[in-house]
Design a protein around this ligand. Structure first.
Ligand code: CTP
Length: 425
């Protein structure tokens, strides 16, 4: 019996795929099809498949050409599969000509002609592209604009006078303007993704999220860290009890601010530490311990008191069964790490943890330690844009940051601006 194997993403299964599979099958008696997992595709830079792995497999099953379907999860797996399944022929479309010659050592390699004029990318591109406009520009703007180009299914456009040119708006204005800017965009029926915090008052943040939901619009809190695979994995891992009960979350984020001048600070102290670093540092605290803290203390040291520009702020949260602290600074330097303390072990994320692709789970007995690495491209921004588009397409707010977390972040910022802090000199 001649066994043939082929691999692909097979997103939105189309005629070209079917032809390829039939030709592959005709090369032997038994066809194995390897379908790339979502995670593996991400590491290959394919970030916006329209279908999940299960949907892609279901479509292949329905086509009824493959004798066996397997999942491709890691680089180098082809060699393992060829050996494991005693494969005689490896085949793939001619767009890969030469790329898999190294497999000749293990089996015969055949490149099959690719069907011209059709591809998953073309089908995805034919669908209406989501046009996103940008308002404001506090450092995040250019990065965000650049990242849109990695996401097929989205394009950058000028907003126009009244947002008429776009389907969605990325709000990157100063935090004190977010509420009004988001409100205007939502009122025009536009989806919004906004640099965190969504508002500088908790009630305003809740009002906007409610309004969006009632009007079938997506309002997303743009904290890119929430979309890094490593970060979301560490959150679920911590919640699964691997390190026991979580009793402390400690997050530090610092960067050095240049001299304060008109360029990097506005009159309401916008780009101050608490509103730029605060939301990021609060993310693991609220995602892991919830937003129902019993008490909190904000200690701050101003770089410029009149501008309400805090150079250093530390916040301690006390929960019923845990504590947390965030330390953020633009005029002080510290180790930008995240530590999650549990009753059995702890999770350690080295600096800069907010761009995390790596973390360790550590125990008293070091032989039990585990390390985790997940590729992170574009600091998570492109994944955030993909999640935003998918939420819009599915009309379902299944984003990584819940409404409660967004509201709690806005609430802490509100308390800061209300003067609810202890000042150190
Ligand atoms: N294929 C083909 N003819 C096409 C499209 C794909 O023969 N018109 C083959 C590829 O060469 C590969 C397999 O189908 O062997 C799976 O390819 P995949 O990358 O999943 O499909 P594409 O349509 O090329 O997807 P994308 O546009 O996302 O790259």
């Amino acid at each position: 019996m001649t066994k043939v194997i082929t691999y692909g993403t097979f997103d939105l299964l189309h005629y070209g795929h079917i032809q390829l599979l039939k030709r592959a099958k005709a090369l032997g008696d038994y066809l194995i099809v390897g379908v790339t997992s979502d995670d593996y595709d991400k590491t290959r830079g394919k970030i916006n498949n329209q279908q999940t792995l299960m949907e892609r497999i279901a479509a292949l099953k329905q086509a009824d050409i493959a004798d066996e379907i397997i999942v491709e999860e890691y680089e180098g797996q082809k060699i393992d599969d060829i050996k494991r399944y005693n494969v005689d022929i490896f085949t793939i479309g001619s767009d890969w000509e030469g790329k898999f010659d190294y497999l000749n050592e293990y089996c015969k390699v055949i490149y099959l002609p690719r069907t011209v004029g059709i591809s998953s990318s073309d089908i995805r591109a034919e669908k209406h592209k989501l046009s996103i406009g940008i308002i404001g520009n506090p450092g995040g703007g250019p990065k965000f604009a650049n990242e849109i180009s990695y996401v097929n299914g989205a394009e950058l456009k000028d907003c126009g006078e009244g947002f008429e040119n776009v389907d969605a708006v990325y709000v990157a204005t100063i935090p004190s303007n977010h509420y009004q800017d988001i409100k205007n965009a939502l009122a025009k029926g536009k989806h919004v993704i906004c640099e965190s915090p969504i508002a500088t008052k908790k009630s305003q943040c809740e009002e906007l999220l409610r309004f969006a939901e009632e009007n079938d619009l997506i309002l997303a809190d743009a904290i890119k860290t929430a979309y890094s695979t490593a970060f979301s994995r560490l959150v679920v891992l911590a919640k699964s009890g691997r390190i026991g009960d979580i009793i402390s979350v400690d997050a530090t984020c610092t960067s050095m601010q240049g001299k304060l001048d008109e360029k990097n600070v506005d009159l309401s102290g916008v780009f101050n530490t608490i509103s730029s670093w605060g939301p990021i540092a609060m993310l693991p605290v609220f995602q892991l311990l919830g937003t129902d803290y019993r008490q909190k203390t904000i200690v701050t040291r101003f770089l410029d008191r009149d501008l309400l520009f805090d150079g250093f702020t530390k916040i301690d949260f006390i929960y019923d069964k845990a504590v947390a602290s965030i330390k953020v600074a633009k005029a002080a330097k510290s180790e930008g790490e995240l530590v999650i303390t549990g009753t059995k072990g702890y999770i350690y994320v080295p600096a800069p943890w907010w761009k995390t692709d790596y973390f360790e789970v550590r125990f008293e007995d070091q032989t039990e330690n585990k390390r985790f690495f997940y590729q992170l491209d574009g600091e998570g921004i492109r994944y955030e844009i993909v999640a935003f588009i998918k939420a819009i397409e599915r009309n379902k707010n299944d984003l990584n940051i819940s409404a409660q977390v967004s509201a709690a972040i806005s609430g802490v910022i509100e308390d800061f601006y209300r003067g609810d802090y202890i000042e150190i000199q």
